[in-house]
Design a protein around this ligand. Structure first.
Ligand code: GDP
Length: 465
């Protein structure tokens, strides 16, 4: 009798194990945004919270608030062909006596976390045993996402679209000389001539980014080549459409540029979307509105166009370009305005409104196509403290922290506009949201943040019930 009992018990426990294994979950979360948006800081902070936060630090994350979160650990990376996200290195930067921000994202990388929790319902809840959610976080430059339209364009179409952009009045001073050289390029240009002009085109894009805040620039890997730095597949650039039309079919210049464009599209862009983007379940897009405001009206308009182009990537549905190319499965997208700790809390609502106004109608469309989209204002790592001080007989809200030179700094950051201000405003005044050093941190508690718990709830909360 006892032998039967024992066998029944063993069978039950095996069944439970199988059921439990079947209930272990897996989710692939993409984190993107134009360089400088805050991807490295965000992933570092998110991993840090998942590894060491206490419940009071993540009150809006339900599994934690309900006392069901048992803890997380870094698990072996599933895709051995990808660079690992350097969490340990990032933490070391933040823990120095004089902390520095960890190095920014330059390439695609990945980190896997195993998150243990007690389920609260269903079969798993009844079994009363912990379940593991495997969370793969994939970090990649937003610049690469902006290459998506290339998958449906031939070189001629791309030149027709890109060339007029290079002539924008606000960019003319910087682009004029490169455009003149491209227009004058001999039809029998040598490999060396092409390589040199391609290199200068990449430098031009970087200058446009740094000096004009341009972000809608192609090809994305000219700015962030990753492992392709120096490879011939990046040695191409646009030609003036009239020049291209006049080059004969057998022109070596035409043939070289076209074949490189095709190789880039088919061997670089397509595999990235097929192998990584199309396999994501959830996506975070980080947006740095404050740097754009610092730079001026043109830059904020560029950011608006970039945001709309990025949200286009999540627009799936009958007839959409993305659906025709592959079968993506991203069902939740979070657009998060970063670095909110630069502002006093009373300005967060305006920052959210500003991001909404820049996204325009693109904010609503994904929901229509079955993708849930959310927007949020957050700070991955608080580098400031909120406070108040007397100014001209009035009490004003301020933020205090350490500036990049290491000096203590108390700032009245001012107001954020809820929408793009008109021309007159920019002529009279501008914005100046200056960076802070990371906070001093001994690693005992999780890093200070704002609203990462809301981000977690939206991104994985439903998978941890
Ligand atoms: P990435 O290029 O998207 O990886 O951007 P990073 O994560 O490297 O962030 C770029 C810079 O933005 C950092 O070096 C910091 O100066 C700043 N930054 C990013 N996140 C935060 C944040 O949460 N708070 C503050 N104060 N600064 C941030």
């Amino acid at each position: 009798m006892s032998a039967i009992k024992h066998r029944v018990k063993r069978l039950t426990s095996q069944l439970e194990e199988v059921a439990q294994r079947g209930m272990d979950r897996h989710i692939r979360l993409g984190v993107t945004g134009i360089s400088g948006a805050g991807k490295t800081a965000f992933i570092t902070a998110l991993v840090n919270q998942l590894l060491q936060a206490e419940s009071h630090q993540l009150p809006a994350w339900q599994v934690m608030a309900q006392g069901r979160y048992l803890g997380g650990r870094i698990a072996p990376q599933p895709d051995l062909t990808l660079q690992p996200f350097d969490y340990t290195g990032a933490i070391a930067c933040l823990q120095q006596a004089q902390p520095v921000w960890p190095p920014s994202t330059r390439n695609i990388s990945e980190i896997r976390l195993a998150l243990r929790y007690m389920p609260d319902k269903g079969l798993a809840g009844q079994i009363g045993r912990p379940v593991t959610l495997y969370l793969d976080i994939i970090d990649y430059p937003g610049e690469w996402l902006l290459d998506l339209p290339l998958m449906q364009q031939e070189y001629e179409q791309w030149c027709e679209q890109i060339w007029p952009q290079l002539q924008l009045p606000a960019w003319g001073e910087l682009t004029e000389s490169w455009c003149a050289r491209a227009a004058a390029l001999s039809t029998d240009a040598t490999e060396a001539d092409i390589a040199e002009l391609a290199q200068e085109y990449a430098s031009l894009l970087l200058t446009l980014k740094l000096q004009r805040g341009a972000s809608l620039l192609q090809p994305g890997r000219a700015l962030l080549p990753g492992e392709l730095a120096g490879a011939p597949v990046l040695a191409w650039f646009p030609l003036p459409p009239e020049k291209l039309a006049n080059l004969g079919e057998e022109s070596s210049l035409r043939q070289t540029l076209m074949s490189r464009y095709q190789a880039y599209r088919d061997q670089v862009v397509t595999p990235f979307f097929r192998d990584y983007f199309a396999r994501l379940d959830r996506q975070v897009v980080l947006v740095d509105c404050l740097s754009a405001l610092n730079q001026g009206r043109d830059q904020v308009e560029q950011l608006a166009q970039t945001l709309q182009a990025l949200s286009h990537s999540f627009r799936y549905g009958p007839g959409s370009m993305v659906t025709r190319l592959f079968r993506p499965k991203i069902d939740r997208v979070l657009f998060a305005a970063t670095k909110a700790d630069h502002l006093t809390v009373d300005q967060h609502h305006n920052l959210l409104q500003l991001m909404h106004s820049l996204m325009k109608s693109s904010r609503r469309q994904p929901r229509y196509f079955g993708t849930q989209m959310e927007t949020l204002v957050l700070s991955a790592i608080n580098a400031t403290r909120q406070g108040q001080m007397e100014r001209d007989g009035r009490t004003v809200s301020v933020v205090s922290g350490t500036d990049l030179s290491g000096a203590k700094s108390v700032r009245f950051p001012g107001e954020v506009p809820a929408s793009l201000p008109g021309n007159g405003f920019w002529q009279e005044q501008g914005f100046s949201f200056q960076p802070f050093s990371p906070p001093g941190w001994d690693g005992q508690d999780a890093l200070p943040h704002m609203r990462l718990d809301y981000a977690l709830q939206f991104l994985i909360g439903d998978k941890m019930r």
